[in-house]
Design a protein around this ligand. Sequence first.
Ligand SMILES: *Cc1c(COP(=O)(O)O)cnc(C)c1O
Length: 387
Amino acid sequence: MPIKVEDYYPRETFNKMKAFADQHETPFVVIDTAIIKQAYDDLRAGFEFAKVYYAVKANPAIEIIELLRDKGSNFDIASIYELDKVLSAGVSPDRMSYGNTIKKARDVRYFYEKGVRLFATDSEADLRNIAKAAPGSKIYVRILTEGSTSADWPLSRKFGCQTDMAMDLLILAKQLGLVPYGISFHVGSQQRDIDVWDAAIAKVKVIFERLKEEDGIVLQMINMGGGFPANYITRTNSLETYAEEIIRFLKDDFGDELPEIILEPGRSLIANAGILVSEVVLVARKSRTAVERWVYTDVGKFSGLIETMDEAIKFPVWTEKKGEMEEVVIAGPTCDSADIMYEHYKYGLPLNLASGDRLYWFSTGAYTTSYSAVEFNGFPPLKSFYL
Ligand SMILES: *Cc1c(COP(=O)(O)O)cnc(C)c1O
């Protein structure tokens, strides 16, 4: 099926991005910041009571940090480098959390010295580091969630702990002079099954109740992470539907007296705002009679498209060329055979596609520039422009 522009961008926006793209040499990502603003407003409208902490790793461009700063967003920070960048944009540290559960004690201290007082954890070793390096801070414990098969980019197994361990950690946090503040989870990025939030919220509810009854600890916050959808080939429900359903789950468990709710969107805020523009380097067949063509482009797994690993994220690929379509394998420009984006999932591209033609990878605003290698085969990092 050919990709239709209108399914992904308003025509006028697309024309503007394309006109800009026509002036520049590939490969690069062009990002329309108006789409990010709209996505932020839509999220706020869907979850009126929630605080947004933008997951900086999705796209750490200063243009995006400043835009979200001005919108009043908070920031979920994963390293001292992200911290310095967001601080240098003039965001105050009370609008930040240190959401990475894997961190060095000296980095915890750095965050504390810079004024950050909200920390994620999922292990005793990390919690003890925080107690020493960031005394008196607020702690939220990340729990494991299900849903890794319905998320296109799962984040669950490496992070989080079981319910019992989460309770132990919050009790210990109190003993260590920290503030046991809340629970977080991340149901997996590009999570297509909304029901996994139901299961996660139910787990949180049990922890809230048991800690209150058994230990007199009153938690105040639920951090529901990211996982909200972007538009790729595999369609999802609308953000509106996500919001309606998730709010229903929250009210079922917590009634009208909701605790503080935090969201940490990355992908859903940024992805739809970007188009990665690449050029066809070669089109080749492996034998005289081979039906399948190989399309090699000047962008690949190591220059922004790592989320094509295991063909997890299926980016819509558009070309101006029209005409009869045939199945292709799409691969990158480097000397690494892992640098094949799509082979099993059958992309169709026009038969008359040739060297020099451009391919437009839609919905590539998030997790492209930040994942790009710096010098593999000498190729420079992926460029990006912000309109
Ligand atoms: C990556 C990440 C996010 C963002 O997730 P998306 O699915 O991109 O919205 C949020 N929270 C944490 C802790 C993360 O690591």
